[in-house]
Design a protein around this ligand. Structure first.
Ligand code: 5RP
Length: 222
């Protein structure tokens, strides 16, 4: 609870604020997590206006279908006009860390295919420097130890996320101990390690708008 407003209420407020970006007849890209779920619930109230949605995870596809929103495949839709998703950390430069829910690869694909990326989060996600939240990296299972050693050489402490297999059949290494001063450089460097599918830094393709839930209302950063 923050000044009488719960985190859930802040998530609902930013989810409703994001509806403003939805245009009639569009297919919307949708992220994963509790804030993205709040957006799905808000979107369900105007579902007759849109053509459908592209999901960034099996969990999101399920929730969309349960709310009567048609789920389309990215291979069929082509590029999208809008992608809406949460984040684990965000800076005022709209660089993000994502993947707390393990859906980072499909999230990055759908974000990359979208002309506008609206990131929605409660204000606790805003940080000066990324890295306090362990950086998720999706890795091909047979490359797990090799990638972990390469990450140690880069100064990180990788920890296997126990019991998690991604929607793509891979594993996640959560990298602790990073203070990410150059997000775009590190994003490219990590993606160059053989066996890395992708990492949770969204700096090469940052958000275009960050809507932050605060106790006094929704704050917009662009
Ligand atoms: C999932 C994500 C989520 O956007 C991130 O974990 C934030 O989740 P929440 O909205 O539940 O705080 O990247 O892979």
């Amino acid at each position: 609870m923050t000044n009488g407003m719960t985190k859930d209420e802040m998530k609902r407020a930013v989810a409703e604020a994001a509806l403003e970006y939805v245009q009639a007849g569009e297919v919307i890209g949708i992220g994963t997590g509790s804030t993205a779920n709040a957006f799905i619930d808000a979107l369900a109230t105007i579902k007759h206006k849109i053509e459908g949605a592209v999901a960034s995870s099996e969990a999101t596809a399920k929730r969309l279908k349960e709310r009567g929103i048609q789920v389309l495949e990215l291979n069929e839709t082509g590029d999208l006009s809008l992608y809406v998703d949460g984040a684990d950390e965000a800076t005022k430069h709209l660089h993000l860390v994502k993947g707390g829910g393990g859906a980072l690869t499909r999230e990055k694909i759908v974000a990359g295919a979208s002309r506008k990326f609206i990131c929605i989060a409660d204000e606790s996600k805003l940080v000066d420097v990324l890295g306090a939240f362990p950086l998720p990296i999706e890795v091909i299972p047979m490359a797990r130890s090799f990638v972990a050693r390469a990450i140690v050489r880069l100064g990180g402490e990788p920890v296997l996320r126990e019991g998690l297999v991604t929607d793509n059949g891979n594993v996640i290494l959560d990298v602790h101990g990073l203070k990410i001063m150059e997000p775009a450089k590190l994003e490219a460097e990590l993606n160059n390690i053989p066996g890395v599918v992708t990492n949770g830094l969204f700096a090469l393709r940052p958000a275009d708008v960050l809507l932050l839930g605060t106790p006094t209302g929704v704050r917009k950063l662009t």
